[in-house]
Design a protein around this ligand. Structure first.
Ligand code: 9WN
Length: 453
């Protein structure tokens, strides 16, 4: 627990203390070659958590940062999919649902035992992490880290290829999500598609998350979990075969946030192309996925609301909700000046960061003006530091330096005042919610605490 800090704007002393405490969280959650997403609630290796965690490690030890990603990619499927969880903790550290619910051995594309994983994926922040690791690599370690990036790079390209092809057979530029667990679990963005599932009888099960957190209102409901597990059963039935899933499966959503992260990650891979010695054909491929992603996002920009909208592949319905995901053009560092200006205005409006009742001027997971908003419930309102980190990075890249600096200082202030590297925060009070000692929160705090470059 961080002791409450009087001066959360950050004197040299307080930010050094915050940095030390963030480093201590990563060390405490370090399992040697991979890092637990959190000590109790999430004891395994999660995909996008690992990417953020690698950014945190890069401030302490760039070798350890590369190891984090190499371990994750050791569990990559032959299709290119990087699984959302690699089950690595022992039986004394249970997590529900465990590997038996996924039965990935039913797919010929899964890695061989003893590696056990889930069969879905999460937003591809990994290339962004490699880019950050390279920026932070001291001169003396450059030859070694360059070699390791060269070895990982083809796997990253294969991962992006999977997303650009199997997850986008329409070549729309947008990635199709198969499951709420592909990033933002109980976001209201999924409510309609989940409600269409009339019968969800996954069999009997006992959740561990609500016991661990103690306050079930901070977590998805049993109604949600019934559907999450029912969908896992269907994916298992289709043996995780993308073509089969596309033919029969009920939950296929074009996710603009996931797609924006892919755009940003493709740009990061292009930026690393010389370091990695990428082939001309890889460079051309990455550039074409990047352009296609940008075009896909632009087509789904709603000029009326100023937000980008997801859509349901099964029904063709546009999902018009005010959530953080609507800022996909900013997350993708759009080149469209009109969209950028509209989004910057909206960002600081009452519907988002500029809500006068908010403790900090940060981006909530769901707008307080949205009917589904719940200030303490997981992805339905709380502030998630990793989302604000992604926004901060984009705003810096787009040249909105002052706004980015404010996001950074408010984010650090929120963590310091709450006294915890929490999973998420209540927007009106800034209270810490969800898991404590969450690795990715500590990791982004480490990045934010570093001297600006
Ligand atoms: C299911 C680990 C993960 C994050 C997700 C977040 C949450 C898991 C859960 O925790 O999801 O994957 O059990 O709720 O929603 O984004 O990667 O931190």
């Amino acid at each position: 627990m961080i002791s409450a800090m009087q001066d959360h704007e950050g004197t040299a002393d307080t930010s050094a203390k915050l940095r030390d405490r963030a480093a201590a969280v990563l060390h405490a959650n370090d399992a040697g070659q991979w890092t637990k997403a959190s000590p109790h609630l999430y004891p395994h290796q999660w995909s996008w958590d690992s990417a953020f965690i690698a950014i945190g490690w890069a401030h302490l030890d760039v070798r350890r940062a590369m190891t984090e990603l190499e371990q994750l990619f050791a569990a990559q499927w032959s299709t290119g999919l990087v699984p959302h969880i690699v089950f690595r903790a022992g039986p004394d550290e249970p997590y529900f649902p465990g590997p038996e619910w996924w039965d990935c051995a039913s797919s010929s594309a899964a890695p061989p035992l003893p590696i056990q994983t889930t069969g879905i994926c999460q937003p591809p922040v990994h290339a962004v992490a490699v880019q950050r690791i390279w920026q932070l690599t001291p001169q003396a370690q450059r030859p070694e880290i360059r070699g390791r990036i060269q070895a990982l790079y083809p796997r990253l390209v294969k991962w992006h290829r999977y997303l650009a092809t199997q997850r986008d057979p329409e070549a729309s530029g947008l990635v199709t999500a198969y499951h709420p667990w592909e990033g933002t679990d109980n976001s209201p963005r999924w409510d309609h598609a989940l409600a269409r599932i009339k019968v969800a009888e996954p069999g009997s099960y006992a959740r561990l998350d609500t016991t661990e957190i103690g306050d079930p209102s901070q977590r998805p409901t049993d109604w949600d979990y019934d559907r999450y597990l029912w969908l896992v059963g269907l994916l298992r039935k289709y043996r995780y075969n993308d073509a089969e899933i596309y033919r029969h499966y009920p939950f296929l959503i074009k996710d603009v946030f996931f797609s924006a992260i892919l755009v940003s990650a493709n740009a990061a891979l292009l930026d690393l192309a010389d370091v990695a010695g990428a082939s001309d054909s890889d460079r051309e491929q990455l550039a074409s996925w990047l352009d296609r992603g940008r075009a896909g996002l632009a087509r789904n920009f709603d000029t009326e609301s100023g937000l980008c909208v997801d859509y349901d592949v099964r029904t063709g319905e546009r999902i018009r909700l005010r959530t953080f995901a609507g800022f996909a053009p900013l997350f993708a560092q759009t080149a469209d000046a009109g969209q950028r200006a509209a989004q910057m205005r909206l960002l600081d409006s009452e519907d988002f960061c500029g809500n006068p009742r908010f403790r900090w001027r940060l981006l909530p997971s769901t707008s307080p003006s949205e009917g589904a908003f719940e200030p303490h419930n997981y992805w339905r309102g709380p502030i998630w530091p990793i989302i604000d980190w992604l926004l901060w990075r984009s705003l810096r890249m787009l040249g909105y330096r002052d706004r980015a600096d404010k996001l950074r200082s408010d984010s650090l202030g929120q963590i310091a005042e709450a006294g915890e590297f929490a999973e998420y925060f209540e927007p009106f009070t800034g209270k810490a919610l969800g898991s404590t000692q969450q690795s990715w929160t500590a990791a982004v705090a480490l990045d934010w605490s570093a001297p600006p470059d």
